[in-house]
Design a protein around this ligand. Structure first.
Ligand SMILES: *[C@@H]1O[C@H](CO)[C@@H](O)[C@H](O)[C@H]1NC(C)=O
Ligand SMILES: [Ca+2]
Ligand SMILES: [Ca+2]
Length: 256
């Protein structure tokens, strides 16, 4: 039985050898001296192919991980914005903190020029009871003659809350002079552009106050400290149209 098997193998080997006489068809292989040489070279080739496939698989897996990592980063990164005049974020946003809108007193010559959102749950480092020069921050109220024809509710003298919102979008922009976002951008909130009164001291920034503001509880009294006024456009260097004289500017906060 064994000898027949060996014989058969020899015959097959011989026939195969004869059909690959002196040189092989495999171009990458130099010369095949025998069927066994050919097999050996094929095997070598297979092993190297296997290694190549393994390397490719590894680098694919690596790329896949990297893509997952990056897309997670994009989602995790997100953006933040302050919604001035409200104490709730939109449904798609997470509340970082709720607070009180605040800034310098209208007739203080110095202090900070910006509007800040002071959290309703403050915590402190060291503080002093002695008196020495410092900047002072006051709560914000709206000053507006009523009925204004702008806000749907009575807002005069009301103190304004604010809320810091976090959204899973990578870009944010506040656009003054718009009541809706440009194409491709999603509205976070719309409102009116507000700042200090022309005759009041010092520089002041502009903030976009929600068109339907909430009020700080018990803030109806007329304190006139940090006061926000509506902002109007003036024709001149500013072309009209598209702008108009003495018209209250809207604003939008948009995300993408
Ligand atoms: C607070 O004041 C104490 C004593 O003056 C000082 O040792 C400490 O470092 C201060 N803490 C901070 C956070 O500045
Ligand atoms: Ca007032
Ligand atoms: Ca008030």
């Amino acid at each position: 039985m064994d000898s027949i098997y060996v014989f058969c193998c020899c015959v097959v080997g011989l026939v195969t050898m004869l059909s690959y006489p002196s040189k092989c068809d495999l171009e990458a292989e130099p010369t095949c001296l025998s069927r066994f040489d050919y097999d050996y070279k094929m095997l070598q080739k297979l092993v190297s192919l296997e290694q190549t496939i393994k390397n490719l698989k590894d680098s694919l897996a690596e790329s896949k991980n990297k893509i997952e990592e990056l897309s997670k980063e994009v989602i995790d990164s997100g953006s933040v914005y302050i919604r001035w005049g409200r104490n709730e974020c939109q449904d798609n946003a997470e509340v970082i903190y709720k607070g009180f809108t605040a800034g310098k007193k209208w007739n203080d010559k110095g202090s900070g020029s910006d509007t800040i959102c002071l959290p309703e749950d403050p915590s402190w480092l060291n503080y002093s009871t002695s008196s020495y020069p410092r900047g002072t921050v006051y709560g914000t109220e709206i000053n507006i003659d009523e009925p204004s024809g702008v806000f749907e509710n009575k807002v005069n003298d009301q103190d304004l809350p604010c809320v810091a919102c976090h959204i899973k979008k990578s870009s944010m922009i506040m656009v003054p002079g718009r009541s809706h976002c440009h194409t491709g951008w999603t509205l976070e909130y719309a409102g009116y552009l507000m700042t200090a009164y022309n005759d009041h001291h010092g520089p002041h920034n502009h903030v976009c106050v929600d068109h339907h503001p909430d009020f700080v509880h018990g803030g109806k009294a007329d304190h006139n400290e940090h006061i926000l006024y509506l902002t109007i456009s003036k024709c001149g260097s500013l072309p009209c149209p598209p702008y108009a004289n003495d018209r209250e500017l809207a604003c939008v906060v948009c995300s993408k």
